[in-house]
Design a protein around this ligand. Structure first.
Ligand code: F6P
Length: 356
């Protein structure tokens, strides 16, 4: 059996742990296993550069952050556009797959990666996708690997800024990653004890946020911790397209709403405000114990599917079961926070403001 592996899109903790689980399952259960890795995601497959890998290359990877194969973002929309020599990137990938004589390609990535994986399947390649992203926004799976590690990191940051904010009686805005979906901000916000949580899915009113800040101080709190999703939007911005919002924000020299909000809260409530952007810290470092278990289960299951000849799917979690979805059913679809769902309500009913 000859298989290829690639990691595509933004990295996260757990990519190496998943590759390890796929490889070890295959080595343990099949006689002649040949594994090649593609460097820098689909870019490596397009170039047709396959790196031969051995069992020893995978064995120490359970705790290693990032991806040993490297990754890039390779936009889905460019896959079918002919390049200078007339061949599309898709055609080049299919040619590499066939030339190498692969029985299966494992693609570890997010929603964009799965869209390209579905294209490869349509061209006759055997592909199995694995759901990676700190954003947890892949349709058809309860959870993605990398998400809970990022939640731990962001929640820890929220807890840490509380002590310094209390010392100084400050209102602290902490920007959490997640451009389209607010899962990471929601979970980290709840786990980190945030007083206000602002998500892309729930456009917020500045008045309501200021009310929540003032209410907290009036009730004797010494600080206010606000978890701001990277993609959070003001209610006044909500009717506009993303591109128009970017334009307006660029006038203020910003890409997100965090610093503007910090300024306005300061002006309106008199609170001393500070903003912290967590950024790539959330994607780095070793996977949490939870993610190490999840990665092992997902990777091992993906290898089982390959051994059974079940392709054109992406591995998923449903309830506490590892299962799979057809790539054609989930490619291009996202999973968003339900503004009126149980998790948001649980937080709201315990006093957290979502600025609405
Ligand atoms: O998709 C994961 C993610 O971390 C988002 O939360 C964030 O908006 C984006 O990637 C950042 O992407 P890049 O690595 O391209 O800067």
């Amino acid at each position: 059996m000859k298989v290829g592996i690639l990691t595509s899109g933004g990295d996260c903790a757990g990519l190496n742990a998943v590759m390890r689980a796929i490889a070890l399952n295959l080595y343990e259960n099949e006689k002649n296993v040949e594994i090649v890795g593609f460097r820098d995601g689909y870019a490596g497959l397009i170039r047709g550069e396959a790196v031969p890998m051995q069992r020893a290359d995978f064995e120490g990877l359970l705790l290693v952050g990032g991806t040993v194969l490297g990754t890039t973002r390779t936009p889905f929309k460019l896959m079918s556009v002919p390049e200078e020599n007339g061949a599309t990137r898709l055609a080049k990938m299919v040619a590499s797959y066939k030339k190498l004589g692969l029985d299966c390609l494992f693609t570890l990535g997010g929603a964009g990666t799965h869209r390209t994986a579905a294209l490869l399947c349509a061209e006759g390649c055997n592909v199995i996708g694995l759901p990676k992203t700190i954003d947890n926004d892949i349709y058809g799976t309860d959870v993605t690997f990398g998400f809970h590690t990022a939640v731990d990191v962001a929640a820890d940051a929220l807890v840490r800024v509380r002590t310094t904010s209390e010392s100084h009686r400050r209102t602290m805005l902490v920007e959490v990653m997640g451009n389209k979906a607010g899962w990471l901000t929601l979970y980290a916000g709840i786990a980190g004890g945030a007083d206000v949580i602002l998500l892309p899915e729930i456009p917020f009113s500045i008045d309501k946020v200021c009310e929540a800040v003032s209410r907290g101080y009036a009730a004797g709190k010494r600080c206010c911790i606000i978890a701001v999703g990277e993609g959070a939007v003001l209610d006044s911005e909500a009717p506009f397209k993303r591109r128009e919002r970017v334009f307006v924000r660029a006038d203020r020299g910003e890409t997100t709403v965090t610093r503007h909000l910090a300024e306005v809260i300061g002006e309106r409530t008199g609170a001393e405000t500070r903003a912290t952007v967590l950024g790539y810290i959330q994607r780095g470092g070793e996977p949490s114990a939870y993610d190490r278990v999840l990665c092992t289960r997902l990777g091992s299951f993906a290898a089982q599917l390959c051994r059974r000849g079940r392709f054109g799917v992406t591995v998923a979690v449903s309830g506490n079961r590892i299962t799979f979805n057809a790539l054609t059913d989930i490619a291009g679809k996202y999973k968003f926070v339900d503004p009126n769902g149980e998790i948001v309500r649980a937080a709201e009913e315990t006093g957290v403001s979502f600025g609405r």
